[in-house]
Design a protein around this ligand. Structure first.
Ligand SMILES: CCCCCCCCCCCCCC(=O)SCCNC(=O)CCNC(=O)[C@H](O)C(C)(C)COP(=O)(O)OP(=O)(O)OC[C@H]1O[C@@H](n2cnc3c(N)ncnc32)[C@H](O)[C@@H]1OP(=O)(O)O
Length: 434
């Protein structure tokens, strides 16, 4: 059974719905697992030799209300930013990965497919597609120099990777240009050799060279110090497969046919005017999102270019739908999800779990519950096996009712060089990282 603390929100973190009634029930494992982790990190005095040296909230400062919100360190003059890359062990060399190159993109894809985030039981591993990686890594204003690889000098084999992309993130009233750091990966054979801190320092250096001094990232592991801790919820679309591959369990007193019936959805969306987003919708969607995201403590500051990049539908990468009022033609509601399959490890019958991840949703006229149900219907229509959502934004309001079940892993959100006085509730977060 799946039980883990994978990163970046894998479905792999799940203990899926437990439908012994009509509603999935809360998993106790969740709290236990979290308590264990926090104890490991705090009470048992786990040292973070690297993170203790970084400008991030430190555990010892938690609850210290004298420390101000905002940047922890001021920017250094650009002339003082180290000009040369950090030293790597002698056998390895830095490379900048050109994601436009089919060959490089393929190498990155293979490294991640074989070595990226897994659940604790090694049943599932994220399988980001090449198209997804290109999308995730080339938003407006991206820097190729922030797509960093490590190769073995002799063979040129790619063995580690880390990336940043620029983003404007609003933290309360401040809009901060930051790096969103993601896809940190070290080949399984090179683990625990302190390569990750060097990679993080190198991406930091390259971000500094662009005169940016803050970053946002998520991880399944507890590090100093989360600004918020969220939970993944999972909505079965193909319960039989999910049970067959060990993603979820048949609930007590449930038969397979009752379970299939429980998760059945209508064939097509029910909201009048519900349709796929198109290019000409970008201005209206941007307005809708701007207004909606302004209520959260931390959220992206999207302009039209960002919306076109991040939210215009791209097959098997990102899906976006909206509601256009049949009478006024006004765009009143919006819903989106991205596609992140996982490899199913060591199963005779299945090799891929097709998962949709809730992205940004705005409901102003249609009830959010109905809008999300239509999103589930679209995902089912497109043959996804599961629909995942974090408890961020207003998601809590529909999760239980739409038969999502809580996963048993957590996703921690972090800011680098930006202090938040008090941890945020997931519902105060308006940010979804990939
Ligand atoms: C201004 C700009 C700033 C830009 C930078 C902002 C910060 C960005 C931060 C990165 C955001 C990434 C967001 C994502 O991509 S989250 C996804 C992370 N990737 C995976 O989980 C894939 C599978 N795992 C691996 O590839 C390796 O286990 C990794 C590479 C994760 C660690 O390699 P390894 O297992 O061989 O360990 P080590 O001996 O080299 O190093 C051990 C040190 O590394 C710290 N560690 C372990 N995992 C993480 C983690 N997920 N975030 C940050 N730090 C992490 C750990 O606490 C310890 O430090 P300390 O506890 O002793 O202090």
């Amino acid at each position: 059974m799946v039980d883990s603390n994978a990163s970046s929100g894998s479905p792999e973190e799940t203990q899926n719905p437990n439908p012994d009634g009509n509603e999935p029930s809360e998993s106790d494992l969740t709290l236990d697992a979290l308590t264990r982790k926090v104890q490991e990190s705090l009470s048992l005095g786990k040292k973070h030799k690297f993170w203790e040296t970084q400008p991030v909230g430190q555990f010892k400062d938690v609850g210290d209300s004298n420390l101000p919100e905002g940047p922890i360190e001021p920017p250094t003059p650009l002339s003082e930013v180290k000009q040369e890359p950090y030293n790597l062990p002698n056998l390895y060399e830095w490379v900048t990965c050109d994601m436009d190159s089919e060959e490089t993109c393929n190498e990155v894809y293979i490294l991640l497919t074989n070595n990226y985030v897994e659940d604790d039981d090694s049943m599932f591993r994220f399988n980001y597609s090449k198209e997804f990686l290109r999308w995730a890594l080339r938003p407006p204003g991206y820097f190729r120099s922030w797509h960093i690889g490590v190769r073995v000098k002799s063979s040129k084999k790619l063995v580690a990777f880390i990336t940043g992309v620029p983003a404007r993130i609003r933290v309360r009233d401040d809009i901060v240009t930051m790096a969103e750091v993601n896809f940190l990966c070290v080949h399984k054979k090179l683990r625990s050799k302190r390569l990750a801190p060097v990679m993080i320092k190198e991406v930091t250096r390259r971000v500094h060279l662009e005169n940016m001094w803050q970053a946002a990232y998520t991880a399944g592991v507890v590090l100093p110090t989360p600004i918020s801790t969220c939970q993944y919820w999972h909505r079965s679309l193909n319960p039989k497969k999910l049970i067959d591959v060990g993603f979820s369990r048949l609930g007590a007193r449930m038969t397979m046919s009752r379970t299939i019936k429980l998760y059945k959805l209508p064939e097509s969306a029910v909201t009048p005017g519900f349709r796929k987003m198109e290019l000409h919708d970008v201005p209206a969607v941007t307005r809708l999102l701007k207004t909606y995201l302004s209520q959260f403590a931390v959220a992206p500051d999207f302009d039209e270019n960002d919306v076109e990049h991040w939210l215009l539908p791209k097959e098997d990468v990102v899906d976006s739908y909206l509601v256009e009022s049949p009478e006024t033609h006004e765009i009143t509601d919006f819903s989106s999800f991205y596609t992140l399959p996982s490899s199913i490890l060591g199963n005779q019958n299945y090799s891929i779990l097709k998962a949709a991840y809730s992205y940004y949703n705005v409901a102003t006229s249609t009830p959010l519950l109905q809008l999300m149900n239509d999103a589930l219907i679209m995902a089912k229509q497109k043959d996804y096996d599961v629909f995942n959502a974090l408890d961020v934004m207003q998601n809590e309001s529909f999760l239980k009712e739409l038969k999502f079940g809580p996963g048993d892993g957590k996703l921690h959100y972090y800011l680098y060089n930006y202090r938040i006085k008090q941890a945020l509730k997931p519902s105060e977060l308006g940010l979804v990282l990939l």
